[in-house]
Design a protein around this ligand. Structure first.
Ligand SMILES: *[C@@H]1O[C@H](CO)[C@@H](O)[C@H](O)[C@H]1NC(C)=O
Length: 423
C-alpha cells in the first residue's frame, strides 16, 4: 500500500519533470540565447532539488507515521534522532544573555538542539556577550551593514527594513548553508518556558504531516493571566493567525518564502493571503515564550499595554508522550466546529456579570467588525486584525478562557471567510 503510494508520487514527479523539461526545450529551440539557457539550467536544478527534498520528506513522514503504528516508545525514539536548531536573532541588546541562559538551561541535548545566534548591527558589547558562551552557541554575523535606502516618510521605520534583511540572510544560512530541514526562530528579547523544547519536538511531526499547517508557535496573543486556563497547560489549538514570537518553520516553507522575501514588515507580509494560502499554525493555551524587551523597534507602548501581561507557562508538559493527532486538520475541524456550534449562545453582559447558571463552554456571536471589536475589548482580548484575521482566530472563532469557562467569540452561521477590509 505504502509502496504503491510512493510509486504514484514518483510517477507524478516524473510527469511534472518531463513536462517542464519539454517546455524548457521548446523555449530553448525558439530563443536560443545564453541568458535563457542559464535560466533553464537554474529551473532544472531547482526542480531536481525540490524533487529530492520532497522524496526525503515523504520518506521521513512515512517513517514517523509507521513507527507510530509500531508503538509509542518507537515513535519517541525516532524523535530523538531529529535535529532542530534554534536560530536566535540578535542586534545590539546585551540582554540577549537572558534569552540564551534560559535556552541553555532548558535544552535537553545540545546536539539535538544546536543554538545559532545570528547578529546584525556589529554591536561589539553584544558580540562579546555572545562569544562568552563559547561552544554552547554558534555565532554568525550578518555581513551587509550598508545603509538601506528608504523613502523619507519611512525613515522612522528603517529598523523594520534592517530586521527583514537580517531574517532573509540568516534563514538562508540556516536552511541553505547549514542545510537544516527545520528551525525554531527566537528573538533576543524572548525568555522560554521549561517545556519549550518538548513542545516543538512533539509538534514537529504534525508540521511535516499536515500540509495545512505552516508553523508551530510558542505564543498566545491573548494569553494574559486572567484569560487562560492555568489548570490545563497541555491545551493546544490551531490558528489562522501567524503569532510569531518563538516559532518553527520547515525548509520547504522557507524555499517558498525566500525568493520573494519582503524588504520590510515581514510579519504582516507573511500574514497576507498570498503567502498564507489558508494555512494555520499551532499555538498553546499558555505561551511558551515571554518578551522581556521594552526597548525595541516597535516601541515600549505595546509592551506596557499588552505584552508584559502575557503569562509564561511554568509547568513542564510531557508533550512527546501525548497523542497530538487531534490537531490534524481533519479531526480538529470536525471536533472544533461541533463544539463551537453546540455551545449555547450567551450575551457579553451575562458573561461579564458571571450570570450564567450552568457549566461548560459558551459562545458569544459577532456579526460585524465593530461587534467583534467591542466584545473583544470588553473581555480584554486583542481587538485588531491582520489581513482580516483576528488574533488567534481559527475559522473566525477566537477561543479563550473567562471566569472559569471556555468562551468562543464566534461569527454568525453564515460566515464566509475573513474579510480583508476588516483592519
Ligand atoms: C535567499 O535565498 C533565496 C533563494 O536562493 C534568494 O532568492 C534570496 O535572494 C536570498 N536572500 C538573501 C537575503 O540572501
Amino acid at each position: 500500500m505504502r509502496l504503491k503510494r510512493s510509486s504514484l508520487i514518483v510517477a507524478i514527479c516524473l510527469v511534472i519533470w518531463g513536462t517542464l523539461t519539454y517546455y524548457a526545450l521548446i523555449r530553448r529551440l525558439e530563443e536560443p540565447s545564453a541568458v535563457l539557457e542559464l535560466e533553464i539550467g537554474r529551473l532544472e536544478a531547482g526542480i531536481n532539488e525540490q524533487m529530492a527534498q520532497n522524496k526525503e520528506m515523504i520518506g521521513k513522514v512515512q517513517g514517523i507515521l509507521s513507527r507510530k503504528k509500531i508503538g509509542e516508545s518507537e515513535r519517541q525514539n525516532s524523535l530523538k534522532n531529529v535535529v532542530i536548531p534554534v536560530l536566535v536573532f540578535a542586534c545590539n541588546r546585551v540582554s540577549v544573555s537572558r534569552c540564551l541562559d534560559k535556552l541553555i538551561q532548558y535544552r535537553p541535548n545540545p546536539d539535538q538542539f544546536p543554538i545559532i545566534v545570528s547578529q546584525d548591527c556589529n554591536h561589539a558589547p553584544t558580540s562579546d556577550i555572545i562569544e562568552s558562551y563559547g561552544s554552547q552557541v554558534t555565532l554568525i554575523k550578518q555581513p551587509d551593514q550598508s545603509e538601506i535606502p528608504v523613502k523619507p516618510a519611512e525613515k522612522k521605520f528603517k529598523g523594520y527594513f534592517k530586521i527583514a534583511r537580517h531574517y532573509g540572510w540568516a534563514l538562508n544560512q540556516t536552511f541553505f548553508n547549514f542545510n537544516f530541514d527545520v528551525a525554531i526562530i527566537v528573538e533576543d528579547d524572548l525568555e522560554v518556558s521549561p517545556d519549550f523544547f518538548e513542545y516543538f519536538m512533539a509538534t514537529y511531526p504534525l508540521l511535516l504531516q499536515d500540509d495545512s499547517l505552516w508553523c508551530i508557535s510558542a505564543w498566545n496573543d491573548n494569553g494574559k493571566d486572567g484569560l487562560v486556563n492555568s489548570g490545563q497547560p497541555e491545551l493546544l489549538y490551531r490558528t489562522d493567525f501567524f503569532p510569531g514570537l518563538g516559532w518553527m518553520l520547515t525548509k520547504s516553507v522557507w524555499m517558498e518564502l525566500s525568493t520573494k522575501w519582503p524588504k520590510a514588515y515581514w510579519d504582516d507580509w507573511i500574514r497576507q493571503p498570498i503567502q498564507r494560502k489558508d494555512r494555520a499554525c499551532i499555538r498553546p493555551e499558555i505561551s511558551r515564550t515571554k518578551t522581556f524587551g521594552k526597548i525595541g523597534v516597535s516601541n515600549g507602548m505595546y509592551f506596557d499595554k499588552h505584552l508584559k501581561f502575557i503569562k509564561l507557562n511554568d509547568k513542564f508538559v510531557p508533550f512527546t508522550k501525548m497523542d497530538l493527532s487531534y490537531l490534524l486538520k481533519e479531526t480538529y475541524d470536525k471536533d472544533f466546529l461541533r463544539t463551537v456550534n453546540q455551545s449555547p449562545v450567551e450575551t457579553f453582559e451575562n458573561l461579564k456579570l458571571g450570570d450564567i447558571d450552568r457549566d461548560g463552554p459558551v459562545r458569544i456571536v459577532y456579526h460585524t467588525k465593530d461587534g467583534f471589536k467591542s466584545n473583544a475589548k470588553g473581555m480584554g482580548l486583542m481587538d485588531d486584525f491582520r489581513a482580516g484575521v483576528p488574533r488567534m482566530a481559527y475559522r473566525g472563532v477566537v477561543t479563550f478562557y473567562y471566569k472559569k469557562r471556555t468562551v468562543f467569540l464566534a461569527p454568525g452561521w453564515n460566515w464566509k471567510g475573513y474579510d480583508l477590509s476588516w483592519t
